[in-house]
Write a protein that binds this ligand. Structure first.
Ligand code: ADP
Ligand code: UDP
Length: 241
């Protein structure tokens, strides 16, 4: 793997390499983690599936006018991206009540959220990615109000594009997480990945969960869900090509 460049980071789902061109290579691992990595398991084919799904989605978002870090596929496990200075924020968009918010409010999963919610979580494995307000990000974590406004706008625009795509794929996009970074010139662009690891995706007809909740809550074979998402997104994109 030395051919990718200098290995600079290993996270829970990916390994990053810095290339001689100053770009990054993201190698997608076969591990799934949940509950801040307390639960962990290897699934053959997961890295390849998430890479393919993410790449297809980034190409699609690029066509809709959203600036993304994705440059090109390298091989069946990795893509090349622009190298960014990441903002320490996980941006969660919610169309339907689920996950941590349903738990926190003690309300039933599946209730619609109109308009969609945008939440910020401070990205910190040690602190368990705490939910934070705009004010906390500004006062404590020194983020700029203008950047937070841009994050919200980009997250909502991405939501509209993703909802359309997943709807054509017969999937409901309940919620998802995005990460953003800044280019050398200060432009904020969409980074990281968009996959069933980071999105809650439910079958439009049966309601079956096809995302990482299968692993989190032992709902069924993970790869059966991920392969379905991959095939359906691919078909949905062909329809409009
Ligand atoms: P984690 O760090 O949460 O365990 P991953 O295993 O997915 O997650 O690691 C990928 C890391 O790469 C994340 O920390 C993410 O913020 C970072 N990242 C994603 N895209 C870029 C980019 N374009 N430039 C720099 N860092 C990036
Ligand atoms: N999410 C993610 N990474 C995280 C936390 C959340 O990709 O570190 C995604 C998650 O898959 C879901 C959405 O963000 O699609 C909202 O997650 P939630 O706050 O409900 O937390 P969860 O209960 O999934 O940990």
């Amino acid at each position: 793997m030395a051919a990718y460049g200098e290995r600079i980071y290993e996270g829970k789902a990916k390994i990053l390499y810095k290339t001689s061109r100053g770009t990054l290579v993201h190698f997608f691992k076969d591990f799934a983690t949940a509950f801040n990595a307390q639960k962990k398991q290897e699934f053959e084919g997961k890295g390849a599936a998430n890479l393919k799904i993410s790449s297809m989605i980034f190409e699609y978002l690029k066509r809709t006018g959203i600036r993304v870090h994705f440059l090109k596929l390298i091989d069946e496990r990795s893509f090349e991206s622009e190298a960014l200075t990441m903002l320490p924020v996980e941006v969660v968009v919610r169309n339907i009540l689920a996950g941590s918010l349903a738990k926190r409010l003690q309300e039933k999963e599946g209730l619609p959220l109109h308009p969609p919610l945008v939440e910020f979580y401070y990205k910190s494995d040690e602190k368990g990615d705490p939910l934070v307000s705009d004010d906390i990000l500004i006062a404590l974590y020194k983020q700029s109000p203008a950047d937070l406004k841009t994050l919200k706008e980009m997250a909502l625009k991405t939501n509209e594009a993703l909802k359309k795509l997943f709807d054509r794929a017969g999937l409901i996009l309940a919620d998802f997480k995005l990460e953003f970074g800044k280019t050398a010139s200060g432009e904020i662009i969409l980074a990281d990945e968009v996959s069933p690891d980071t999105c809650r995706l439910w079958d439009k007809v049966s309601g079956e969960k096809l995302d990482k909740d299968r692993f989190r809550f032992d709902l069924g074979d993970l790869m059966t869900g991920y392969r379905q998402v991959c095939a359906r997104v691919e078909a949905a994109l062909k329809e409009v090509a």
